[in-house]
Ligand binder design. Structure first.
Ligand SMILES: [Zn+2]
Length: 466
């Protein structure tokens, strides 16, 4: 991992040192009432783990140069808090709600709104442009209608560009050097239903070559007219782990391949530098919760084709953070990621950026199922018991809701996020459809001590478990 600067619980002293204060454990929970204080408490906990050990009250003197963070972690978190657009508190919102929430910001003369075209069902697909610099940056989010984390982040970034004071040097610098074109909610019909595909069931991210969908055509055409130098392909992903045994992935990054050989031409190399800058900026908050997405060439996908068309493209996948079901924390961290990327592009640091921060990320590893119930005996009404493992997935893996049956049987070798050892237990399931349990149907199981339905209950999962 990259070297970690000390987290930001500190106050600068005039003599060039930073005072870092470690509190004893008893004080840490004091501010836990509101979310922001929680974050500070978390940072403080992490800091005390690093620097304080089991000591009570300790004062550390840290050289200021060492304590300074590269742009734009603190700037991004400040934008996230001060320019947070109201009305987007949950992951699911409609096209109308989204653009309504931005109505005030869109009146600013610092930004332009362009109607690029419309979706299958006639919803406007808009681009919001900030800045007028020579380097062009194109961002698109929610091409998959149920992947909205970055759509919320773009709203906050738009609000910041619209209303930050003239004294905000980062905004002024980015606006002077970059032309940033944001297309939030590329798939408004999918967003309306909160599904991946568009209104005719097509996955827009498999339509980059054919551009048979209006949404795909719009994205290709805005890239071509802009001849975008840089691109950001903003998605959400379900359950993945960072490497074999790592934690759940909160953010996965990819500089997609532009060809089968996955060659590192200059276009992809620039994207690699930007991805490394993002990994560095997020490291203090996410530590080992970042991963590198598989770079196998995907010839139908937009990210890979953008790279081949000459736009240095980075994929950002917002995954899962514990206790962040509505992805509001990931919304904040996407702002850190994007502002850091913008700054890296504006200062042309992507060429010198050490790529190790990206290259050394563990692989983004998918799991077969969320839960594997292993070693138990399955009891159905009027049948069994038979020895069978049960795999389970959730409709919404971020929220952990809507468990459904996956495979049932001998599931040795199946990889699940959590494996429940049911050895010696009887898994009472059903009743299910026509007395059967079937793959894809809602889970209703109770683990009991014996085959008798009245025997002692150990645990249950799903609604109306028997
Ligand atoms: Zn996606």
């Amino acid at each position: 991992m990259v070297a970690r600067p000390f987290p930001a619980i500190k106050g600068a002293l005039s003599d060039g040192f930073t005072l870092a204060l470690c509190l004893s454990g008893g004080n840490r929970g004091r501010n836990s009432d509101i979310e922001k204080s929680n974050r500070e408490a978390n940072m403080l906990n992490r800091f005390t783990r690093i620097a304080c050990g089991s000591a009570g009250l300790v004062l550390l003197l840290v050289p200021l140069a060492q304590a300074q963070q590269p742009c734009c972690r603190s700037e991004g978190l400040e934008v996230a808090d001060l320019y947070r657009v109201e009305g987007l508190d949950e992951r699911r919102f409609t096209h109308a709600e989204y653009w309504e929430s931005l109505a005030t910001a869109l009146r600013s003369d610092r930004i332009q709104v362009t109607r690029l075209g419309e979706s299958v069902e006639g919803r406007a697909i808009n681009a919001v442009t900030a800045g007028s610099g020579p380097t062009t940056v194109l961002l698109w989010s929610q091409m998959h209608g149920d992947e909205s984390a970055a759509t919320m982040s773009l709203a906050d970034i738009i609000a910041w560009f619209a209303s930050a004071p003239e004294s905000d040097r980062l905004r002024a610098r980015l606006a002077e050097r970059l032309t940033i074109v944001m297309v939030p909610m590329l798939n408004p019909d999918g967003a309306e239903r909160f599904i991946r595909e568009n209104a005719v069931g097509v996955d827009i991210n498999r339509d980059a070559r054919r551009t048979a969908t209006p949404e795909g055509r719009i994205l290709k055409s805005v890239r071509d007219s802009l001849q975008a130098d840089f691109g950001f392909n903003l998605h959400d992903q379900g359950i993945h782990t960072a490497g074999e045994d790592g934690p759940l992935v909160a953010i996965a990054l990819l500089a997609p391949a532009a060809d089968e050989e996955r060659s590192w031409g200059p276009v992809r190399q620039r994207a690699r530098g930007v991805a490394a800058a993002i990994a560095t900026a997020l490291e203090p908050d996410l530590e080992d919760r970042m991963a590198r997405y598989d770079d196998a060439y995907a010839p139908r996908a937009f990210g890979d084709n953008m790279q081949a068309w000459g736009t240095s493209t980075v994929l950002i996948e917002s995954g899962i953070l514990p206790n962040d079901r509505q992805k509001q924390e990931l919304r904040r961290l996407n702002i850190v990621a994007l502002l850091s990327a913008f700054e890296t592009i504006a200062s042309e640091r992507y060429a010198d950026e050490a790529t190790a921060a990206y290259d050394s990320l563990p692989m983004n590893r998918s799991v077969d199922y969320s839960i594997l119930v292993q070693g138990g005996d399955l009891v159905l009404e009027g049948a069994g018991p038979i020895r069978a493992d049960i795999a389970i997935d959730f409709d919404d893996s971020a929220a952990g809701t809507g468990p459904r049956y996956g495979e049932i049987g001998d599931l040795e070798g199946v990889v699940a996020l959590d494996t429940v050892n049911a050895s010696g237990l009887f898994i009472h399931a059903g009743p299910g459809e026509e007395g059967m349990i079937r793959r894809g149907t809602p889970v209703a199981i109770t683990a009991r001590r014996g085959p008798d339905p009245e025997s002692q209950k150990v645990w249950a999962l799903g609604t109306d478990a028997p």
